[in-house]
Ligand binder design. Sequence first.
Ligand code: NAD
Ligand code: ZN
Ligand code: ZN
Length: 340
Amino acid sequence: MKAAVVRAFGEPLVIEERPDPEPGPGQVRIRVEASGLCHTDIHAAHGDWPVKPTPPFVPGHEGVGLVEKLGAGVTHLTVGRRVAVPWLGRACGRCEHCLSGWETLCEQQINTGYGCDGGYAEKMLAWADFAQTVPEGISALEAAPLTCAGVTTYKALKVAGVRPTQLVAVSGVGGLGHLAVQYAKIAGAQVAAIDVTDDKLELARELGADFVIDARTQDVGAELKRLGGAHAALALAVNPAAFEALNSGLRRGGKLVMVALPAHGTIQVPIFDTVLNGNSVVGSIVGTRQDLAEVFRLHAAGRTRVVHETRPLAAVNESIDEVLRGQVKARIVFDLGTGR
Ligand code: NAD
Ligand code: ZN
Ligand code: ZN
């Protein structure tokens, strides 16, 4: 089987021929049909974060495919079932976080495409208990972006506690943001979408944004304040300055939800304003299996639209460049054989 491998940080990925991986106890082998390119995979390939993966590794945590082989003890999945393999590859199931509905905070977790090989491959392994079954009627190409971009933004809105009529600012209408706009509308909020390309701002409008703000030419904080200030602001753009701009556009009692993970990112949070205004700054990391099940249910019910462009896995390096240049409409999905 072929896999796209990070051999060294910052170097182009290499397409390698590898033996099919053998599922261990509790695992399944999946024939990957589609695999989304999340910006996190680029951070992984560049070694951007303090906790780094160990090359060589196969990135990808939006892999979707058909179960091909069951490891020992797997009883709830069958060969041929379509499953999605998210960032939360496995968690311990026993710690305080796992037991309180916060498995995404488990300190024993293993992350797909980071702590173990991921979905940029024709075949991959997954822990069966964390492989999410994809409901009938959702194609692999659509399921892929939902598996990270979808669940992450759906969860970020839960963390923000958004209620109908509130103003939600979505900064960065990329893979994550184009779904965030839709979930915020489903939650009954008004949406102000912020980006730096005309195409993304137009896409945000198409997807239901009530207001768009062009961060190249407009003062994001001032524009949000002019709208009354954001009750919740989702920071999805890979740029610390964009986090600070959002923070200055919160209304009193507002929440800045940090989601994007720029390399070496830090921001200045003014103490006086934060205290007097009763604002919060909170981080949000992906979502649980239950969150992903809800994301799939919403999509199966026709409530969301996944905007994607397909590429062959062999175009992995060019695809990464396209994302970095901001040229992708929302999400690139590698098509590994949906037509087979
Ligand atoms: P993306 O590249 O698809 O989208 C980023 C968007 O931000 C693009 O539309 C770009 O035009 C826009 N942008 C760039 N500069 C901007 C600015 N100054 N103001 C407003 N918009 C700007 O990336 P993505 O796949 O959506 O991922 C976004 C970030 O979220 C990455 O850092 C990724 O690692 C992170 N992420 C975090 C989680 C989590 O659980 N916290 C999960 C997935 C991804
Ligand atoms: Zn991701
Ligand atoms: Zn745990």
